[in-house]
Design a binder for this molecule. Sequence first.
Ligand code: NAD
Length: 275
Amino acid sequence: MPVPALPLPDGTTIPQLGYGVFLVENEIAADVTDRALAAGYRHVDTATRYDNEEGVGRALRNAAVPREDLFVTTKLWNDAHAHDDAIAACEASLDRLGLDQVDLYLVHWAAPSQGRYVEAWRALIEIRERGLARSIGVANYPLPQLEEAIDATGVAPAVHQIELHPYFQQRELREFHARHGIVTESWGPLGQGKSDLLENPAITDVAAAHDASPAQVVLAWHLAHGLVTIPKSVTPSRIVENLAAAELTLTAEELAAIDDLDRPDGRGGADPATR
Ligand code: NAD
């Protein structure tokens, strides 16, 4: 089954399951991205901060996949230099990727203490107007900063990329997104290996019932909830396994059992409110 494409509010679409490359060294980024494209992924999520845009770009250019079939995301890092000239930062990313335009450009972190999250969002609006990015969004904006950025510009992000997995389901933000037509994208969808999520019986029981892996069950849960997700692996068999989650359909009871795993202390990564 091919990966479904979700409509974005700006009239474009995004493949719902993509390949994330956080913590993938540039030296191996071309090789693993190449494997992911050969396996059938058409959506790749990188960032300036990951220092692997060059390697990812090499794989994209060498792939036997037409550019229009690829969906490439990168992100504006929140150091002063990038914020002072977000256009130049985006152009530098495009240079490293070897592309004229990315499909999605995100502000990587709101970093409320720096007080530049509205300015950064304004810069992305200009980046889209200049054609450097087809769609724009944010990542890691706490609700107050997200509301402020939308109120100040009158423009809602097409996508909000946030930490989201069964132990940390972000219901408040998801409800806000639904009201504003924002697509939710889950980072750390498998819990980043930071918890016992993939050993939790609520997941492993469902996996056994479907002859699937726990990771596939978790990814199928994201897809069933209409979330875009971008699992990362550099292991060839897992790259293939994770994509095959698009073929797995969970029952309403199974989804409800996983919904019950949400925890108030389930966050594994940094808190965007204080970072
Ligand atoms: P993830 O939840 O995708 O976990 C990745 C880890 O899970 C791997 O390193 C591996 O140890 C394990 N894993 C992968 N496939 C598995 C399988 N089939 N079975 C068992 N274990 C498996 O975490 P992530 O990489 O942090 O998040 C995914 C992507 O999200 C990143 O690569 C990146 O593109 C993006 N991301 C964005 C932000 C942000 O601030 N915007 C932050 C973190 C990640």
